[in-house]
Design a protein around this ligand. Structure first.
Ligand code: GSH
Length: 209
């Protein structure tokens, strides 16, 4: 099994942290996004969507999308449980995991991508050849504010993002906040519950993945 990866990007890190939490040592294959490798013919032969993460199994099966990787690996390696122990908990964890990708990583990606010259002509992940839209920089920052505010409210009620224990919701929200930190959209001062939680997730051994 190997993971198609890009060290600097938030979505493949979701898969790396998840695998680390499961205690699985998987071969990593680096593809530079900014260097154009994920859009190059060689990688598109492996994954025509041109995205990372993608988990390649020994029989050649390719599993794309971080949530699909989570689901597959959890089915093969159920412990520790990271997707929820009962239907209600699993639903709440999934809701926050999806929220954190769409409203968190999506917002910060919009902010970062649309002001990055090196991504000109690559308005969305993958080989789509779309223009950047400078107006999405400001909109992305506003969306990030909404993400932080919702996360702060939730973390005022629960210890972790999706429930009172660590899960995939924390993994995705954590990757989002580190991505935000890297592009100067760090945790706002009026989000103390996010700061409390961020310290806890950053202290886990898997945070180095
Ligand atoms: N929804 C996908 C998102 C994958 C994605 O957008 N990954 C980004 C890296 S963070 C990518 O592959 N970008 C390639 C590009 O920008 O061309 C998932 O859950 O894995």
């Amino acid at each position: 099994m190997k993971l198609h990866d890009c060290q600097m990007a938030p979505n493949p890190r979701r898969a790396r942290i998840f695998l680390a939490e499961k205690g699985l040592d998987v071969e990593m294959v680096e593809h530079s996004i900014l260097g154009g490798e994920t859009c190059a013919a060689e990688y598109l032969k492996i994954n025509p969507w041109g995205t990372v993460p993608a988990l390649e199994l020994d029989d050649g099966t390719l599993i794309r999308e971080a949530p699909a990787i989570f689901r597959f690996v959890e089915a093969m390696h159920p412990e520790p449980n990271l997707l929820g122990n009962n239907p209600k908990e699993a639903a709440e964890i999934e809701a926050w995991e999806r929220f954190s990708e769409f409203n968190g990583i999506g917002a910060i990606g919009e902010y970062f991508r649309n002001q990055t010259e090196g991504l000109a002509g690559r308005g969305l992940p993958g080989p789509t050849k779309l223009d950047l839209i400078p107006a999405l920089v400001e909109r992305g920052a506003a969306r990030a504010g909404y993400f932080y505010q919702q996360l702060n409210e939730q973390l005022g009620k629960t210890e972790y993002v999706g429930s009172n224990r660590y899960s995939i919701a924390d993994i995705t929200a954590h990757c989002c906040v580190d991505f935000a930190n890297a592009v100067s959209l760090g945790i706002p001062e009026d989000c103390p519950s996010v700061a409390r939680w961020y310290k806890a997730v950053s202290g886990r051994a898997s945070a180095g993945a």
